[in-house]
Design a protein around this ligand. Sequence first.
Ligand SMILES: Nc1ncnc2c1ncn2[C@@H]1O[C@H](COP(=O)(O)OP(=O)(O)OP(=O)(O)O)[C@@H](O)[C@H]1O
Ligand SMILES: [Zn+2]
Length: 484
Amino acid sequence: MSFPAVSERTGHGLTPTTLDGVTIRLYDTNARQVRDFVPLTPGCVSIYLCGATVQAAPHIGHIRSGLNFDIMQRWFRHRGYDVTFIRNVTDIDDKILRKAADQGRPWWSIGYENERAFSSGYDVLGCMPPTYEPRATGHVPEMIEMMRGLIENGHAYVAEGNVYFDVRSFPGYLELSNQELDNLRAAEGEVDTGKRDRRDFAMWKAVKPGEPSWETPWGRGRPGWHLECSAMAHKYLGGVFDIHGGGIDLIFPHHENEIAQSKAYGDEFARYWVHNAWVTMSGEKMSKSLGNSVLVSEMVQRWRPIVLRYYLGTPHYRSMIEYSEEALREAESAFARIEGFVQRVVEKAGHVEAAAEVPPAFAEAMNDDLGVPQALAVVHTTVRQGNSALTADDKETAVARLAEVRAMLGVLGLDPLDPHWTGADRGDDLHGVVDSLVQLVLEQRQSARSRKDYGTADAIRDQLVQAGLEIEDTPTGSRWTLRG
Ligand SMILES: Nc1ncnc2c1ncn2[C@@H]1O[C@H](COP(=O)(O)OP(=O)(O)OP(=O)(O)O)[C@@H](O)[C@H]1O
Ligand SMILES: [Zn+2]
């Protein structure tokens, strides 16, 4: 299976299809090229993203996936689309059951705990909540319905309480990953109890002693991972929808198996397949099972969440991100340049609303397969123009540039004045009160410094940090933000 790099992007058709006559183009893994995005329903886009298997707390790779699709969602919204975004939760799986057995805990307690950790991981990095976030175990009736249909039409069979998908019965199998069935070995990690062909995959697994199980017409058992997504996508988005997403590791077998089940069931299923590349460590996928993962909860102790978002969200979604502290430091200083500009203009001109439209060059970059790196270059250019205007005391131009910068940063989820980042969405009316109080304390610190009482000044700073604030000293004064 090959996954073309960004530079191999190919051309596209000519039919403008979106509301404003400008086409969004996306790399479709299935077509192996960039395609014009033609929505199923004009003005609407439906997206299904494979979400977390809640066996452990999220590492930054997991959240990168959520973040890439958050930016996609924001861009569609900016273009005026009505977005329906589904991100599921896989709350039953071998690893969850193994962990529960090892720790002597109920299986669901592992799932609930980690689901909360995922929710706060998405939230701390500013991902908008999905429209619906269905859990696998809440959809057993829908899975039974799908299995019934597939058994009836001859694409699935029951063997020793398991329900298997007959891969040879579905001619389109392996088209997404561009593989030949003849070259495929047995499905990985599966015991072939009663399989007709070792490559058949389990949709439903027969009950084992001590494991949770649900009643079905074919005996008790539990869902397989692939069936969950087919059943939930069908329930929330119908038989056909626009975009299916996930990390590149899911192309095979997970997405191939979803396609086989859903199409054999009679669904047209996803019209575009979009896959994000990984966060890697020494070239390998960051992964819980490989033990090379860095948790989001650890990272936000060391880095401001907005800097972490800049680091994870600004490389192209199809480029790998090799984890590096140096790159994080670079992200920190690049973001500081943007943030410094925003704050300088606000200090000079007061509140500035985001522009309704982003500059054309930014839009062109985003329309071209979500070209965030090129779009970000437009942000930096606009910041430079704004800074020159400030130096020339041209307030009007500086304000106009800030309005554009805010609009662009809003699409990337990086606008420092957004209530999510100012903390206003966590205590709306309290934000102003806290700001006045902190300013008061900062003034006391400043007067301690002026009288060269550095001990008191440092003690005040330490107390503010302890209270959960981040204090940054700049040539124009001290600024504060809430720590994640
Ligand atoms: N290192 C990574 N970089 C980018 N995306 C990732 C990474 N690891 C997982 N993902 C994506 O995150 C989403 C949720 O993944 P899931 O919970 O199934 O974890 P997983 O792939 O089993 O992780 P792990 O390998 O750490 O156990 C999927 O879309 C997956 O492709
Ligand atoms: Zn899935």
